[in-house]
Design a protein around this ligand. Structure first.
Ligand SMILES: Cc1cc2nc3c(=O)[nH]c(=O)nc-3n(C[C@H](O)[C@H](O)[C@H](O)COP(=O)(O)OP(=O)(O)OC[C@H]3O[C@@H](n4cnc5c(N)ncnc54)[C@H](O)[C@@H]3O)c2cc1C
Length: 118
């Protein structure tokens, strides 16, 4: 787009004005603002929080058991929605993961007491 044509007909003023514009695209929400998180919560190279399989693969998962799907590299800390390292960035996914996280918290608490490995 290189120009915008504005018609003033709606205001009862006949005539048109043409404005030149500079093409611009802005990407909102491309990166995660997670720099404030403790180092122990592993993030990928764009700052998104590693959970589940990604947490297990990171080499920083401290337990003998596998992490739950939404569990970060800190056992008992869960992440869901856009901040999670995942290709799916959608409202429905964020809402669904939020409800799943509660179930994982219950599971975690039910099994609390397992000691960290090593
Ligand atoms: C331009 C754009 C268009 C989109 N269009 C669609 C669409 O059409 N359909 C669709 O399904 N999805 C769409 N999405 C994606 C959708 O918005 C997200 O997937 C969804 O909002 C993720 O929800 P969330 O709760 O994980 O994160 P968010 O909705 O981003 O909520 C995170 C909240 O946490 C707050 N926050 C961040 N850091 C901190 C902090 N340190 N302390 C306290 N609060 C903090 C933020 O201010 C924000 O309110 C779009 C996204 C963008 C950017």
């Amino acid at each position: 787009m290189t120009r915008v044509q504005i018609s003033q007909e709606a205001r009862g003023l006949w005539g048109e004005r043409i404005h030149a514009v500079v093409p611009e695209a802005e990407f909102v929400g491309r990166d995660a603002e997670t720099g404030w998180m403790p180092e122990a919560i592993t993030r990928d190279d764009r700052g998104f929080v590693c959970t589940g399989e990604a947490a297990a693969r990171s080499g920083r998962w401290p337990m003998d058991r596998d992490p739950y799907l939404l569990e970060t590299t800190v056992p008992g800390i869960f992440a869901c929605g856009d901040v999670r390292s995942s290709p799916v960035k959608r409202v429905a996914a964020a809402v669904g993961e939020g409800s799943m996280a509660i179930a994982f918290v219950h599971q975690y608490l039910a099994h609390a007491g397992s000691a960290p490995a090593g």
